[in-house]
Design a binder for this molecule. Structure first.
Ligand code: ZN
Length: 144
């Protein structure tokens, strides 16, 4: 499933990623699109893990969350909010930290540090690729 985020309106985006589960499902799809490989032992068979959309290795039982190795690893606030900040940043909307924090009811510091992380990620990818505006999709999964 390919969603061109750049073509989505804010309303469409928020409807698509309205819950934690929808975000995790999307992350899992992106992250394992080339197939599942256990990080611990390299095994390629898995079963459903303990958490929504996590995958558990059938050999060593290592349970990996859909968030690991993505931009959202370690994110301490709800994923729909994090996705939305990413959407705003990628669409280069002129929106201040103050506005984001008001709209999402998050601390300014939280918004600021996540936005900073996004910017670092964008800078890294843009050095390699062209000057084109980057799509959120390209940012989600970290390079190994
Ligand atoms: Zn394993």
């Amino acid at each position: 499933m390919f969603i061109p985020f750049k073509q989505m309106t804010k309303e469409e985006f928020q409807a698509t990623f309205s819950t934690e589960e929808k975000c995790l499902e999307f992350l899992a799809e992106q992250k394992w699109q080339k197939g599942y490989v256990c990080k611990k032992c390299g095994h390629t068979n898995y079963c459903k893990g303990k958490h929504p959309f996590s995958r558990r290795c059938t050999k060593c039982k290592h349970d990996e969350s859909a968030k690991v190795d993505t931009l959202f690893e370690g994110c301490r606030f709800p994923l729909p909010k994090a996705f939305y900040i990413a959407f705003l940043v990628c669409n280069a909307k002129k929106i201040s930290i103050h506005e984001i924090s008001e709209e999402l009811n998050l601390r300014q510091m939280t918004c600021w540090s996540f936005k900073k992380k996004l910017h670092e990620c964008i800078m890294q990818k843009q050095d390699i690729s062209s000057q084109q505006k980057i799509d959120l999709q390209e940012l989600i999964v970290r390079e190994m």
